[in-house]
Design a protein around this ligand. Sequence first.
Ligand SMILES: [Zn+2]
Length: 443
Amino acid sequence: MKLLIANGYLIDPSQGVNGGKDLLIEDGRVVGLPNRSDAAPEDTEVFDATGLVIAPGFIDLHVHLREPGQEYKETIATGAAAAVAGGWTTICAMPNTDPVNDSPAVTRFVIEQSERAHLANVFPIGALTKGSAGKELSEMGEMKNAGIVAVSDDGRPVPTAAMMRRAMEYARGFDLTVVDHCQDPSLSAGAVMHEGRWSVILGLKGMPAAAEEVDAIRDCILARLTGARAHLAHVSTRGALDAVRQAKEIGLRVTCEVAPHHWTLTDEAVSEYDTNAKMNPPLRSPDHVGALLEGLRDGTVDAIATDHAPHHSDEKALEFDQAPFGITGLETAVGLAFDLVHQGVINLQRLVELCSINPARVFSLADRGTLRPNAWGDVTILDPDFQWTFDAARSRSKSRNTPFNKRSFQGAAVASIVKGQIVYLHPEFARISESKHTAGSAK
Ligand SMILES: [Zn+2]
């Protein structure tokens, strides 16, 4: 099984490659970047990537797949289908399922289901504490042997500094990154949106930026104390980002991710009480959004992660106060990232870094996020100018809770390749690529 991706523009920050290059994959692994003048080896499938960008397969560090326990919202198979349709060849699944992934049995179940679906790679994240209850540390070593790539109690903030310290000390022994949803519950209890002008106007209880920042600074201090690897999930405030920037300056092993909705929308989106504008952390005010754009540009932000959080429409149809937090995001993230490129916030190479080599480093995912020889043949193929409109009704996800329905984009992932196999090809692109091919052969 050989696949040659020919005539494209290849960006691989891990090798400093940024130019016209072909890519050869055999038996699921990268062979290398052959010379264009060389004839394709025999029995090779050729993917014509004329006009397209070839990048290491994109890695999403933060998704919620709902299986086991809430399969009516999403299954591992439907989540993986949405992932590859959005350009993500690898997704990391948070443990807040039912049961919680705090055991090797659940870890193995998630991996087996993803292998059955045969779409994206799905890497489970194990719970930090048993049942994510914040009381007793989980069996991190056993779960690591079963296949987890990090530990987190995402959605259930670790309640005390003492518990986080112990978790970091324990995780460090297994070289596991600790992922924290930074939020001090004593500052955020009962809140449903960002605390600011709009929460006052709408009469909704707000959570202050400080709720996130207090925990972000706590985690940086504890990363210094323990030497652990700490990754701050979905950073949404200026102060949390400043904490990460300072931690990096003094050499701590602290990283962070930002979610597309946090740099795209502000808390004004809540003004119609649209529950698809309700997520946690909440949409923030323009000053915080400006800080995120700065962090994406200057390198403080390590990764783009979706925080894909599917919910059933009946649940999202509740009143704003009652509806659950979270939106889907796998199929719109790359389009929203291209907005940053077209607006001049970041260039295309930085987009690729934020979605491939950097997330691979954050969780130490060996042979991913790179197209070096012998790396896994995971590839995301991008068309920076592709014009398209997102139709939630046609989403691969089981859920439709998105604020980006009917939004138009310039730029998309048009194909996803996992271990050398094309697991997704955009239908519109398939037509164009065929007509290109026909035009070529007619000459
Ligand atoms: Zn979270």
